[in-house]
Design a protein around this ligand. Structure first.
Ligand code: FMN
Length: 169
């Protein structure tokens, strides 16, 4: 699939089939994540792959908009080792770029995904850090729920020329 096709096809998928994602598929996603750009090439991201149903359910309980984790086969929690970021705050952009690579790679290999926001909600960050036993220097950025899609969504058109400003606002 070409990049632009994956970008157009990707939608948030919240219903998943009862079908397992292989370790090889997860590695495809993580390889894509780690090819994302980072400020000063710090590559401060860390990824917690969760397959255990008990932990998936705990994550679901810790997040108010994550019901789909009960049918997701897997979740990747994108985190950052903030001691490795370039300057304070850059970790969020770096984790966002890695996240989008995962979403697009998942689309490319026929998987459904949805980005579940964690940062900057301090309560969610703490709950998730506790569940995953994250060291204090490691911050959770989001949860990506993954699975074989059990819903079909059309591509959407969001191009809006009113949001584009040339040279100056
Ligand atoms: C920062 C961020 C946080 C999000 N948090 C959630 C969430 O908690 N639960 C959820 O179901 N979707 C979440 N989403 C997915 C958005 O709802 C979704 O991307 C948006 O509605 C556009 O739909 P699309 O992804 O199908 O294009 C989040 C997306 C982003 C970028």
């Amino acid at each position: 699939m070409y990049t632009l096709q994956a970008i157009e096809k990707r939608r948030s998928i919240r219903k998943f089939q009862d079908k397992t994602i292989s370790a090889e598929q997860i590695n495809v996603l993580l390889k894509a994540a780690m090819l994302a750009p980072t400020a000063r090439n710090c590559q401060e991201w860390e990824f917690v792959v969760v397959k255990d149903r008990i932990i998936l359910n705990a994550l679901k309980e810790a997040h108010p908009h994550a019901q789909m984790l009960s049918t997701a086969d897997c979740a990747i929690v994108v985190c950052a080792d903030t001691e490795r970021e370039w300057e304070d705050g850059y970790w969020t952009g770096d984790c966002g770029a890695a996240t989008e690579n995962i979403l697009l790679a998942a689309t490319d290999i026929g998987l459904g995904s949805v980005w579940l926001g964690v940062y900057p909600n301090q309560e969610r960050m703490k709950a998730i850090a506790d569940i995953l036993s994250l060291p204090s220097k490691v911050k959770p950025f989001n949860i990506i729920a993954l699975g074989y899609p059990d819903e079909e969504k059309e591509s959407v058109e969001r191009f809006d020329k009113n949001k584009i400003h040339y040279e100056r606002w």
